[in-house]
Design a binder for this molecule. Sequence first.
Ligand SMILES: Cc1cc2nc3c(=O)[nH]c(=O)nc-3n(C[C@H](O)[C@H](O)[C@H](O)COP(=O)(O)OP(=O)(O)OC[C@H]3O[C@@H](n4cnc5c(N)ncnc54)[C@H](O)[C@@H]3O)c2cc1C
Ligand code: FES
Length: 254
Amino acid sequence: MHQEHAVIRSLTNLTPEIKRLTLHAPSICRDAQPGQFLNIRVDANFPLLRRPFSIFDVDGEEVSIMFNVIGRGTTVLARKEPGDTLDIIGPCGNSFLPFTDGDYDTSILVAGGIGVAPFPFLTKRMDAARRIETFIGARGKDFVVEGGMKNIHIATDDGSMGYHGTVLELLKEHLHTHDAGAARLFLCGPSRMMRAVAEYALERNIPAYASIECEMACGIGLCQGCAVESNGGGKKYFLVCTDGTIFDTRTVKM
Ligand SMILES: Cc1cc2nc3c(=O)[nH]c(=O)nc-3n(C[C@H](O)[C@H](O)[C@H](O)COP(=O)(O)OP(=O)(O)OC[C@H]3O[C@@H](n4cnc5c(N)ncnc54)[C@H](O)[C@@H]3O)c2cc1C
Ligand code: FES
């Protein structure tokens, strides 16, 4: 893990609602793995706490995140300009990649909202020999990011793009009509959506791995503010920021 004062290279719009921020951060880029996050001090004074953002892409010495403006931190971030610097710590947390080891046919990526953020980088680094299907759920078309992913299926709450309904409904329909062979699910998004998909995966006996959503303070295992209860076994609790953020959904109370 590194701390860098990274220079902003660009801040662009991926959709009318979603922005992409690209930073020059050579040490972080060298070690970054898909599923990991950056803990960003968006401003020297306010807000005080860092904000975690999934790594959206790594290209040479440049790392990108994507975000939508919802509160104090992202409002400050959206006002930044190329040439400004940000104090960032990363790469933090574990990666999806170890969960892709082994013998199976199809990786099914399921994203809800901004949870799509780690999937372009994951798609780039996944074993190219294995099929990838990507399911994206969003509020409406202005929130749908598709770049860098494969075999995309879209569901929107308002029906403005793709299937009108939830991403889980779309996933169920797809698996009912298509043979994915031995599959694994990789999830990122709101807790409610991931819990529902994880329950479905359990019923269907499909292994599922989720990047758990929670509020974080330090992001590096010091404050104990991100504990989640385990489902038994050796540990009673896991820290999302250092034991995860990615867990086998059978091992944690989601
Ligand atoms: C591991 C991890 C990875 C993340 N990756 C990304 C990412 O790639 N892109 C991204 O945009 N965000 C991501 N987030 C969320 C991000 O860290 C911030 O919480 C979020 O951007 C809001 O920050 P803010 O300071 O603008 O909002 P705040 O001022 O902290 O909050 C404003 C309001 O928004 C609510 N809120 C805060 N976070 C969320 C949320 N995630 N969903 C809905 N409401 C929320 C708060 O409860 C509050 O009511 C990630 C979070 C984690 C834990
Ligand atoms: S956020 Fe501090 S221990 Fe996880």
